[in-house]
Design a protein around this ligand. Structure first.
Ligand code: ARG
Length: 457
């Protein structure tokens, strides 16, 4: 049993229940490497400012290297009595190097220390996610290039609307993930500020050099108000909001994969390595991975709301409430990272079934808009064209056939402006090829957009 750092002030130790309730070491020990990095930058600055001797700095460096090795080897003894990662490491340092270890905390508080640790950790997580988003966009663009001319029905209200290319459909997700990356990169700018120097809340009386610490740790600058530096977690909330949007996009894609893979739709098959079977129904092959991703979106959304709620009632400056920021934040990063990793791989496991897509696009009068546009190009006002085609569709529904099954004369019965060339616009290929503007579904445009995404680094 180790005495608390503040035991001299107290007449009795906390109860075991309170100790377990207030301790965070079980989860914040994952910040250890960043805690050490921050401490070394702080010690280096203290020495440069003449607050710490070179001998003490050398001792701290040696001790921290030994501690990092102990942690990495799983030999470090974490103690609940020492509450959190910061006090555990500081105590061990003092065990190893004596008074130099006791001098490390000069001009610093756990309040600015923990805020620094989280920012260092989150910055690394953001960089990992940015790389994964890039990989996922490249994977989607690769399939889009391959299926730039593969046609499936586009839906609105889950009713057949107009034909689109599968490549175009996938590139819609590449756009979403592109914006997600922009959001993360923007959030990173605000994460990457140094709280150290704020100490507990009011700053410190030592002649510290915060810019030096910021440079050492790769921060873009320092937090400019000590009260704000230790108390706000808006940077973490922003990250969680960006993460919730990433998961929302993954979840929409997942929903489509599940739908497409249903035997009733059959647009894709998913490689066996992403599916599981049933313990009772021998025929089953279930899309568990997309379903789980859809489900995990709920917990990421939940963490966002938890953090917002955690923050909203806190007076300045630091309050212990903030210790509750970590588990949700860690879980958010873990969940998004694992999900994106799997989806980068899963994209390669999508087995496209072009025949089923095409057959579906041929049902539901997906080229009805093209027929109306055809009449408009022959001088018919759009509303009249719309009405004429609607009547033709209704007749087809009654007869159980498609618009393309009607002869020129039969079509002309619905509007006198129908010409002999009408069937060209009723084909799926003609429909998609005609939408070649920026943002359109034409194969040529899809190839161009896919190449653009693939060219991004
Ligand atoms: N474990 C604490 C946290 O996560 C570190 C800061 C504690 N500071 C304090 N004054 N109790 O926020």
């Amino acid at each position: 049993k180790k005495a608390e750092a503040w035991s001299a002030r107290f007449s009795e130790p906390v109860s075991d229940l309170v100790k377990r309730y207030t301790a965070s070491v079980d989860f914040d020990k994952r910040l250890a490497a960043f805690d050490i990095e921050g401490s070394l930058a702080h010690a280096d600055m203290l020495q440069a400012a003449g607050i710490l001797s070179q001998a003490d700095l050398d001792a701290i460096r040696g001790g921290m290297a030994a501690i990092l090795a102990e942690i990495q080897a799983g030999r470090f003894e974490w103690s609940l009595d020492l509450e959190d990662v910061h006090l555990n490491i500081e105590r061990r340092l003092t065990e190893l190097v004596g008074d130099a270890g006791k001098r490390l905390h000069t001009g610093r508080s756990r309040n600015d220390q923990v805020a620094t640790d989280i920012r260092l950790w989150l910055r690394a997580e953001i960089d990992t996610l940015l790389d994964l988003l890039r990989q996922l966009r490249h994977a989607l663009a690769g399939i889009a290039l391959e299926h730039a001319a593969t046609i499936l029905p586009g839906f609105t209200h889950l009713q057949v609307a107009q034909p689109v290319t599968f490549g175009h459909h996938l590139l819609a997700y590449a756009e979403m993930f592109g914006r997600d990356a922009e959001r993360l990169a923007d959030c990173r700018r605000r994460v990457n500020r140094l709280p150290l120097g704020a100490a507990a809340l009011a700053g410190t009386t030592y002649p510290i050099d915060r810019e030096r610490v910021a440079r050492t740790l790769g921060f873009d600058g320092v937090c400019r108000n000590s009260l704000d530096a230790v108390s706000d977690r808006d940077f973490a909330i922003e990250f969680c909001a960006a993460a919730a949007l990433i998961m929302t996009h993954v979840s929409r894609l997942s929903e489509e994969l599940v739908l497409w893979m249903s035997p009733r739709v059959g647009f894709i098959d998913l490689a066996d390595r992403f599916c599981t079977g049933s313990s009772i129904m021998p025929q089953k092959k279930n899309p568990d991975v997309p379903e789980l991703a859809r489900g995990k979106t709920g917990r990421v959304n939940g963490h966002l709301v938890a953090l917002l709620t955690l923050m909203k009632g806190q007076p300045l400056a630091y309050n212990k409430d903030n210790q509750e920021d970590k588990e949700g934040l860690f879980d958010t990063a873990d969940t998004v990272r694992d999900t994106l990793r799997i989806f980068v791989d899963l994209a390669g496991g999508i087995e496209v079934q072009p025949d089923a897509m095409r057959a579906a696009a041929l049902q539901g009068f997906s080229t009805a808009t093209d027929l109306a546009d055809y009449l408009v190009k022959r001088g018919v006002p759009f509303r009249d064209a719309h009405e004429a085609v609607a009547a033709a569709v209704r007749a087809c529904v009654e007869r159980g056939c498609d618009l393309a099954d009607l002869s020129v004369d039969e079509l002309r019965a619905f509007h006198a402006s129908v010409g002999d060339d009408v069937h060209a616009v009723l084909t799926l290929e003609g429909s998609v090829a005609a939408r070649a503007h920026v943002g359109g579904t034409a194969p040529a445009r899809v190839r161009e957009e896919a190449q653009r995404v693939l060219g991004e680094t």
